[in-house]
Design a protein around this ligand. Structure first.
Ligand code: ATP
Ligand code: MG
Length: 427
């Protein structure tokens, strides 16, 4: 059975607005670039720069400083920008990538890095490969074809407007690790972004074939793209293996409890800072990687907290349905007309989409943190049903009881924050 997100018939729509993102560097704080995303026509999104105090300067994305919004005025003269000219979606995505235009693959990823790539996962919209970066760290490249007329995996390709949703949310959540008031490392780190043009490189196709032979792929072999095809590459921290593929490898339910605790804490921090709802937290979107670290820390409304890690670090990924707010402005994805998403059968995951819709009355811009609780309920059920290397012993039996109690009661809480602060499992 395919447990990835069900196909979405109408593509994604950005319904609302993002503005006043002011990263913490002196240069960026001067920019005060207000960036707005709004629906424009049929599934099209656009952004305007509201730049009353936009200095004439040339700036670039500097990812080691993790700016939240990169404004690159080389696409337009600064005069154009300050005149309030609207950037096209293509220009906005290029600006986010710190590029003036799409580049050839090898202009963004060094050939030796392309050679080292291994396919590690796939979704409806993207292929994911691991490779190493210039410091030798393993990273994950999520490669998404955009703007082309050919369907991929039975779906229309995302538009630049639709990809902005994932870019913006990935940046916001990645930057939570640097916040002073609400801080968490639980969302996957975004290292870099690229916009490339060209056929799929043969090394990626070889890696694709190896994955297909070993595990079987549900996606189309990406060998049909022409040389004018555009792709967005999101370079993420390598987060480990998703829970679906970790079945049978985790040590015991003691680890499962820590996974649940880490997910709950991350969601709670993002609720407090961004009014965040993930809305698609199935077990393919929760990654775990081994660590020798004993304790994990997070900041919730300025208070420092500590939790036991039990050998695995958790990272949450995949924000294609997510919702958040910055100031009064909301970024969300309107799936109200997406019949297919709500028709899935055969796993509790598919019921969750319907339960979310029932609770928000099909209004996907509204903030209902209880949707995060629904996904915690689902995750707890999955963790209880998984196989573990060790399933016996008193501690494990006690843990099964505690997790079952959590499963029976968690739906009564209103948000992940409340679960974290009040649920006996985490006290
Ligand atoms: N940073 C990462 N580190 C390790 N593995 C990853 C990472 N990002 C993605 N993966 C792997 O790739 C898979 C697909 O990634 P992702 O969920 O982002 O794609 P998607 O197309 O949005 O999926 P979906 O079908 O759920 O919408 C994940 O389930 C995971 O196995
Ligand atoms: Mg996914």
């Amino acid at each position: 059975m395919n447990f990835s997100t069900p196909l979405r018939t109408n593509g994604l729509v950005l319904t609302s607005v993002l503005a006043n993102l002011t990263p913490n560097t002196p240069t960026w704080s001067r920019l005060k670039a207000a960036l707005s995303v709004h629906r424009k026509g049929n599934n099209k999104c656009s952004m305007c720069y509201n730049c009353s105090d936009f200095p004439k300067m040339s700036c670039r994305c500097v990812y080691d400083k993790l700016p939240l919004v990169c404004v690159c005025n080389s696409l337009l003269s600064s005069q154009d920008v300050c005149d309030g000219a609207e950037l096209s979606d293509a220009e906005k995505v290029c600006a986010e990538c710190g590029q003036q235009q799409p580049l050839p693959w090898e202009g963004c990823i060094l050939p030796e890095r392309i050679k080292r790539c291994v396919k590690i996962g796939e979704g409806t919209f993207g292929e994911v490969f691991s490779t190493t970066n210039s410091s030798g760290d393993t990273v994950a490249l999520k490669i998404i074809p955009v703007e082309g007329s050919e369907t991929v995996n039975g779906e229309d390709q995302k538009t630049f407007g639709e990809i902005l949703h994932e870019i913006i949310i990935s940046k916001e959540l990645s930057s939570l690790k640097k916040k002073q008031h609400n801080q968490t490392y639980g969302f996957i780190g975004l290292n870099d972004l690229h916009c490339v043009q060209g056929c799929y490189p043969p090394d990626f196709l070889n890696a694709w074939d190896t994955f297909d032979q070993r595990k079987g792929s549900e996606n189309d072999r990406p060998d049909f793209f022409e040389k004018d095809q555009l792709f967005i590459i999101l370079e993420f921290e390598f987060g480990g293996v998703d829970l679906e593929n970790s079945n049978g490898t985790l040590a015991s339910l003691v680890v499962a409890k820590s996974v649940l605790h880490q997910v709950t804490a991350s969601l709670a921090v993002a609720e407090q800072e961004l009014h965040f709802e993930h809305r698609d937290l199935h077990w393919g979107n929760v990654l775990v990687k081994p660590t020798t670290q004993k304790k994990g820390s997070f900041l919730l409304n300025g208070t420092d907290h500590c939790m036991e890690i039990k050998g695995v670090l958790v990272r949450i990924i995949d924000y294609s349905l997510s919702r958040l707010e910055i100031d009064d402005l909301t970024v969300s994805c309107d799936i109200s007309n997406d019949e297919e998403l709500f028709m899935g059968q055969g796993d509790y995951q598919f019921e969750i989409y319907r339960l979310m819709r029932k609770e928000n009355k099909n209004n996907w811009s509204s903030y209902r943190p209880h949707t995060n609780v629904l996904w915690l309920h689902y995750l707890c059920a999955k963790l209880l049903s998984m196989k573990y290397r060790s399933s016996g012993g008193r501690t494990v039996k006690e843990m099964r009881k505690e997790l079952t109690r959590f499963h029976d009661n968690v739906l009564h809480y209103s948000s992940a924050t409340e679960v974290l602060q009040s649920c006996p499992l985490f006290q």
